[in-house]
Ligand binder design. Structure first.
Ligand code: PLP
Length: 382
């Protein structure tokens, strides 16, 4: 066998090669001016990101978890309240609810799109429903949740909709970009997200400017003016260096998302014709009325551990999103959800495997991943 190079899970240094000079020039300006907090880079990015989302406004914040916390606080959600979240997501969705003193209510996800199942909302009992103040659909892996029935359910029960858009910058549902559909939304700019900063960062978007005023106030020590603090806030601001990097990258995200879509098509062409390969293989499915921005490319299969090891042995990096549904994580043991209470989420957690996915990934690299999966399938059949 010839020595083959590693196929990384994502390749940020390569992405930065094109924008490196611009980032460093701007960084020099920030260092020389010492304008590290607030200022024009933050204001410009907030304006441009709101416009990218088709939302009236955006407030830059410290990270995606804080974005969700601030959205909850702006809606006055806290102790005694419940918030519905999908069981299959990154733990931060539920963590934000717990951090404001409210309690997450886990519901199962759809078996094909892996996003919050609207039928699970209909199944909530009256007692729980009477305490539910919000639902937080997650646009998982880059695909919008099924927003129409979620919005209709929320309206019927006077419940707020907070979008967790941390994985789906630029994805659309019926033509509307995520971050402009619910009452308010939280984004993460963790470096590995589709739009990533040079450290931790996040944003809150909304069409309700009064709500965003509250978000900004909570994010900046409850300040009304420089010296007057009218509520107990926190420090969760976006800093100038991150806003600068995000402003540079925002100009490329449409191209990068389009390149991710091509990579997903290459995978579909290379693997989609072959059925389940005898290993229970299932490729990502995009639900009706949605565009998918493929934050991660997640396949499902029977022997996840076996394929993961096989890929690693052939120099192909891979990951797991997520190994356990949130209701069964130790952190939420106190809520006493029983195993098998969320059958779809639990099945997905034992079967999911994330393959390399990044805008610069080539068709040849995808072909090598697909061939390696095919040799694994042959090996497990014999
Ligand atoms: C990344 C992520 C978050 C949290 O974002 P951080 O910036 O890491 O705090 C929240 N929800 C989901 C679904 C995420 O993927």
């Amino acid at each position: 066998m010839t020595e083959q190079s590693t196929i990384p899970f994502l390749d940020l240094p390569r992405q930065h090669a094109h924008i490196r000079e611009e980032l460093l020039e701007n960084l020099t300006k920030i260092v020389d001016s010492a304008g590290f907090i607030g200022g024009p880079y933050v204001a410009d990015f907030e304006r441009d990101f709101a416009s990218f989302c088709g939302a009236k406004g955006a407030v830059g914040v410290s990270n995606g978890t804080d974005a969700l916390v601030l959205a909850l606080r702006a809606l006055n959600i806290g102790p005694g309240d419940k918030v519905v979240v999908p069981a299959f997501t990154f733990i931060a969705t539920a963590e934000a609810v717990s951090l404001v003193g409210a309690e997450p209510v886990f519901v199962d996800v759809d078996a094909d799109t892996y996003t919050l199942c609207p039928r699970a909302l209909e199944a909530l009992d009256q007692k729980t429903l009477s305490q539910v103040k919000a639902v937080m659909p997650v646009h998982l892996y880059g695909q919008p949740a099924d927003m129409d029935p979620i919005m209709a359910w929320a309206k019927k029960h006077t419940v707020e909709v907070i979008e967790d858009a941390a994985q789906a910058h630029g994805a659309r549902y019926r033509g509307k970009a995520v971050g402009s559909i619910g009452r308010i939304a939280g984004f993460s700019f963790y470096p590995g997200k589709n739009l990533g900063a040079m450290g931790d960062a996040g944003a809150v978007t909304s069409n309700d400017m009064d709500l965003l005023i509250k978000v900004r106030q909570f994010s900046d020590h409850g300040r009304k003016t420089k010296v007057e603090h009218s509520v107990v806030g926190q420090n969760a601001r976006l800093d100038a260096i991150q806003a600068m990097a995000l402003g540079v990258k925002l100009r490329h995200i449409a191209d990068w998302n389009a390149a991710r879509a091509s990579v997903a098509e290459y995978y579909q062409e290379a693997l989609g014709q072959k059925g389940d390969l005898g290993i229970g293989l299932k490729l990502p499915i995009t639900g009706a009325h949605r565009t998918h921005v493929h934050h991660v490319y997640v396949i499902m299969l029977n022997d996840r551990a076996g394929l993961s090891a096989h890929l690693h042995a052939h120099g192909i990096q891979n990951g797991i999103h997520y190994a356990a549904p949130v209701h069964l994580q130790e952190a939420y043991a106190h809520l006493k959800y029983a195993p098998k209470s969320m059958p779809v989420s639990e099945r997905l957690a034992s079967r999911c495997l994330s393959l390399p996915m990044f805008p610069e990934m080539t068709e040849d690299q995808v072909a090598r991943v697909a061939d390696t999966i095919a040799t694994f399938a042959k090996g497990s059949a014999s």
